[in-house]
Write a protein that binds this ligand. Structure first.
Ligand SMILES: Nc1ncnc2c1ncn2[C@@H]1O[C@H](COP(=O)(O)OP(=O)(O)OP(=O)(O)O)[C@@H](O)[C@H]1O
Ligand SMILES: [Mg+2]
Length: 296
């Protein structure tokens, strides 16, 4: 079987650091998660980062469409033993690779203990290759979405001015807190008018959360509603590539810069890159997989 990881990515030198694992998620669908993930990957690559994308949206797996690749294999082939995790990684550009999720993401938690160990051994090789892993999740509170989010180091909730985006984001945060004991979330506002509008929407969510839940939210920034972005998406293009000077491209570049800052604090209690805490362990790719598959 063709081994795309070993043939194309193995030459990537080790980063010497653990991978920053960020899930991009939302309560409501259609807020712009996949668009953001794909464009963030482009910006992170421009900034010299090596990026692994994980398409965790089962129904609408569209990261491959953005990058115009057609993966033949996905996580379900790893579960069935037909492929090694490294076989399914699709190289997209010199510094971006994609793990196609597929319906296998539903079944990760139900793997036999032996199969879990095999998978963990396979991913241990990946741990030092990538600077950042971005996970594109499905919207809502389905179990596999909760697992993907709580296995990540940072849960980035995408919020839009639509009132139902606010209530659904709150519901997601509440469930992640109640079921997975998550207490820290970061938020990006999308499709907003301007910076002030973004802050206003973030503060609305923050004030509701502060009233009812013991969680802390960190604001990561905003992406404006931008006809350039909409136009590019419709044509299956990435705005950060096609129109780098567009307002949305510049906003996504800013977000990428902030996300990639080593040791950036995003809430009380979080460690710096020099620190040694549970959060630091969570940055490790193997930790992510261990959490995701529920390995002891
Ligand atoms: N900043 C923006 N300005 C204009 N249009 C945007 C912006 N962000 C996203 N969109 C548009 O919103 C639509 C939904 O985007 P996208 O598919 O990325 O959302 P999603 O959250 O991944 O959806 P789903 O929940 O179905 O996976 C697309 O048509 C996209 O072009
Ligand atoms: Mg999507």
């Amino acid at each position: 079987m063709a081994n795309s990881f070993t043939s194309q990515n193995q030459s990537m030198p080790s980063t010497g650091r653990s991978t920053q694992v960020i899930s991009v998620t939302s309560g409501k669908g259609g807020v712009g998660k996949s668009t953001l993930v794909a464009n963030l990957a482009v910006e992170l690559e421009k900034q010299g980062k090596r990026v692994l994308l994980f398409d965790g949206d089962l129904g609408m797996a569209n990261l491959d469409i953005f990058f115009q690749v057609r993966p033949q294999l996905n996580i379900s082939h790893v579960l069935s033993g037909e492929a090694d995790i490294r076989d399914i990684i699709v190289p997209i550009s010199p510094s971006i690779s994609l793990i196609p999720g597929g319906s296998g993401v539903f079944e990760l938690q139900r793997m036999a203990p032996h199969a879990k160990q095999v998978l963990l051994d396979q991913v241990s090789d990946l741990g030092t290759i990538y600077d950042v892993m971005l996970i594109d999740t499905a919207p809502g509170i389905a179990d596999h979405v909760l697992y993907l989010n709580s296995a990540a180091q940072e849960i980035l909730v995408v919020l839009t001015p639509d009132p139902s985006s606010l209530t659904d984001a709150y519901a997601l945060i509440k469930v992640l807190h109640q079921r997975q004991r998550e207490t820290k979330f970061s938020v990006v506002t999308n499709q907003v008018r301007d910076e002030a509008d973004g802050w206003r929407i973030f503060h609305r969510l923050e004030s509701v959360a502060a009233q009812f839940l013991p969680v802390s939210l960190k604001y990561r920034g905003f992406v404006p509603a931008d006809p350039h972005l909409r136009h590019c998406t419709r044509g299956q293009q990435l705005v950060t590539k096609s129109v780098p000077q567009a307002e949305s491209s510049r906003a996504i570049a800013r977000l990428a810069r902030d996300l990639a800052l080593p040791g950036l604090e995003y809430g009380p209690g979080h460690s710096t890159s020099q620190g040694f805490s549970e959060v630091e362990c969570k940055g490790n790719l193997q930790f992510f997989w261990r959490q995701l598959i529920g390995a002891a």
